[in-house]
Design a protein around this ligand. Structure first.
Ligand SMILES: Nc1ncnc2c1ncn2[C@@H]1O[C@H](COP(=O)(O)OP(=O)(O)OP(=O)(O)O)[C@@H](O)[C@H]1O
Ligand SMILES: [Mg+2]
Length: 242
């Protein structure tokens, strides 16, 4: 099998509470963009949290490069190459843009290597170079999202998981998020994105997963998900106009 990550029939929930994920599965292929769709409360964010170790997996398994991630802490999973950008972006608002980028690589021992990597990111994203001394919290939503996404690249991860990166952004900015995602994918990073705008998300993805009630209902090439009549009716706002 050539999957980079395999999530198989996982059950997970918060604390002693009920299972929120109840048979969630997903196959992640290297270098591709994967989009998870489903209604509010379906468990999409919970699935990303379970993959990155923020929630224990009660049964089923998550395998990364053929190795089980069971029992690993989020920092250990990050070190292995899976990075998670939560919905709230988790920037340091009172730090500058450049300091935020450096924080993305705080675990690197070699300071000059870290500086080199930060320089590289600034070259890839000119807006971050231009704004390097500005406090992150004073940038626009789109710029903050750019920073949150670019920051993940410092550690050169295999997989970046993004929870609704376009939330709250003006419609004309939203496409920028997908453009950044493509820049990341072009450098070889595999993307897992949760997107509220299912049509837009799937159109910008290679692979789609429909999650509902904590279960995987359908996964396959994004085009197949877009073309499926039942999925269109239930999750994509009705039938296409021919
Ligand atoms: N920290 C938490 N503690 C307890 N229950 C939680 C917690 N976070 C989420 N839940 C519950 O888990 C279920 C799934 O939530 P989740 O956030 O994963 O859904 P989602 O698919 O991401 O929804 P949305 O589209 O609204 O972001 C919901 O019933 C929610 O109430
Ligand atoms: Mg969510």
């Amino acid at each position: 099998m050539s999957e980079l990550l395999e999530v198989k029939d996982i059950v997970a929930g918060y604390g002693d509470g009920p299972a929120i994920l109840n048979g969630a599965s997903l196959t992640v292929q290297p270098g591709k963009v994967h989009c998870i769709i489903g209604p509010n409360g379906a468990g999409k964010s919970t699935l990303l949290k379970a993959i990155c170790g923020m929630l224990p997996v009660r049964s089923g398994n998550v395998r990364f490069k053929g190795e089980s991630l069971a029992g690993l802490r989020p920092d250990q999973i990050l070190q292995k190459g899976i990075c998670f950008v939560p919905q709230e972006r988790a920037l340091f608002p009172k730090m500058t843009v450049r300091e935020n980028l450096r924080m993305g690589g705080f675990s690197l021992k070699d300071q000059s290597d870290l500086e080199r990597r930060v320089d590289e990111i600034e070259e890839q994203f000119p807006i971050l170079k231009e704004r390097r001394d500005q406090h992150a919290g004073t940038m626009s939503g789109g710029q903050q999202q750019t920073l949150a996404m670019a920051r993940t690249m410092i550690l050169r991860p295999d997989i970046v998981m993004l929870d609704e990166p376009s939330l709250g952004l003006a419609p004309k900015i939203v496409q920028q998020v997908f453009d950044i995602m493509k820049v990341m994918a072009d450098t070889g990073i595999t993307i897992l994105i949760v997107e509220q705008n299912a049509l837009l998300g799937l159109r910008n993805a290679d692979w789609g997963l429909v999650l509902d009630l904590g279960r995987s209902l359908f996964e396959g090439p994004a085009n197949d998900v877009l073309e499926d009549d039942r999925i269109q009716e239930l999750y994509l706002g009705g039938k296409k106009v021919a």
